[in-house]
Design a protein around this ligand. Sequence first.
Ligand code: ADP
Ligand code: MG
Length: 484
Amino acid sequence: MIDLKKPSVATSTADAPSAEQDHVAAWQQCLSLIAPAVGEQAFQTWFEPIVPLRLVNNVLVIQVPNHFFYEWLEEHYVHVLKRAIVQVLGLQGKLEYSIIVDQNNGKQPYTLNISQNIQLQSATPPKPFSPFTANKELVEPNLNPRYTFANFIEGECNRLARAAALSVAAKPGLTSFNPFLVYSNVGLGKTHLIQAIGNEIRRIHPCHQVMYITSEDFIAQFIDAVKFGQVRQFVARFQKADTLIIDDVQFFAGKDKSQEQFFHIFNHLHQNGKQIVMSSDCAPKDMKGLMERLLSRFKWGVTVDMQAPDYPTRLAIVRTKLSMQGIQVSQEIVEYLAQSVTDNIRMLESIATTLALHYAIGGQELTLSLAKTIVAKLCHAEEPASKQFTVEQIQQVVAEHYYLKVSDLCSSSRKTDLVTPRQIAMYLCKIFTEASNKVIAAQFGGKDHSAVSHACKAVERKMQSDESYKKLIDALKAKIKNLP
Ligand code: ADP
Ligand code: MG
């Protein structure tokens, strides 16, 4: 039996059991740590089908049935897997996925190996980008590598915006597209496009300092900076950017102090020939609550809009998103989906993911009727959540996810690191428990009931504007639903 606390597997050759035993035993150890953390149903679905293949030099290779399965694990269980690997293999442990890719054309399945670098300096998850914590010259750009031009499907609705974005990416700071502002309704690809600019710049010029941040995070970090007397460092950090990308600038509305700082940073960067890229949900002329002098700066460069996709573009999006999930469906289903969802690409993507999920887990046949059920479920109001849980259970799930103690969630600290998980926990309590705002607030260290409604609004708003945040909330919801 391997001692869980000691990183003992496959570190020595003399006394080590055979390689064959090592990987099976190590994976069993991991499973025993994972099982209590994920709930029975999720465990059966996502962990039992995994086959450990080998363990060499502290790299544990596991085989997963398909690419979708791998992505699901990475998206929903990466922290659980990391924790288990660190406990079983130690800080040098690594995980590698071997993915069976079914060619679907009669050829033998082959495997694709993807390494997941599990190495951690401590059991603490990496902190989100903060302008204060980074000490090195280059700050993490905070970009999602999936948001590239290659993955961005072109149609009439976004042709101009895409072309302009490509010009900006090719010559950041050197075109007249500075600042570059793209606006559209929600779910139409703003975040994708402006991050694609960042990723493309980094691809061409690895040393170019790109910084991406949402206006909401900018505001939150500015508030922290004020509180901790670090406004100068805050401003200096952003002034180092060669390209600064600010998402959803409409949330600066009414936040005069933050706007003021952004205004100074904007001026500094622009005067020094640096590129500024922004997105918003409306044209500058319709932005309410933004200072006139800031709005006038926005008009110096180029503003482009993106429309809802037309039918041919929707067809292309559906086809691409399904094939990215590794599934093929009939033309009839593709057309049905493209006809059903007309104004939100994010929704089309969710439907493709859900279809892939049914296929990958249940081996379910992808029929038109299944597609209709999924569209009906996703496009109309979410099913009301079952209210069978307690506030303590929800607090536990959220605290565990963020490697915090429940008492941290209930404290009165206003640090961003705590405010975000606390708001999420309050929001999930509202959804999954019978408790009133007053009762929830009381169980979070005796706060005022208005804190709960404020938290719910903040979470809902952020879910609208931040895809990765929404995915995090969905993953937490799934975790709660799977609680024993
Ligand atoms: P917004 O910021 O406008 O709300 P996002 O950029 O978050 O929209 O897009 C929502 C989802 O739809 C993302 O996953 C994104 O990758 C996808 N998406 C949007 N537009 C396109 C496109 N033209 N091609 C491919 N995927 C897209
Ligand atoms: Mg967005």
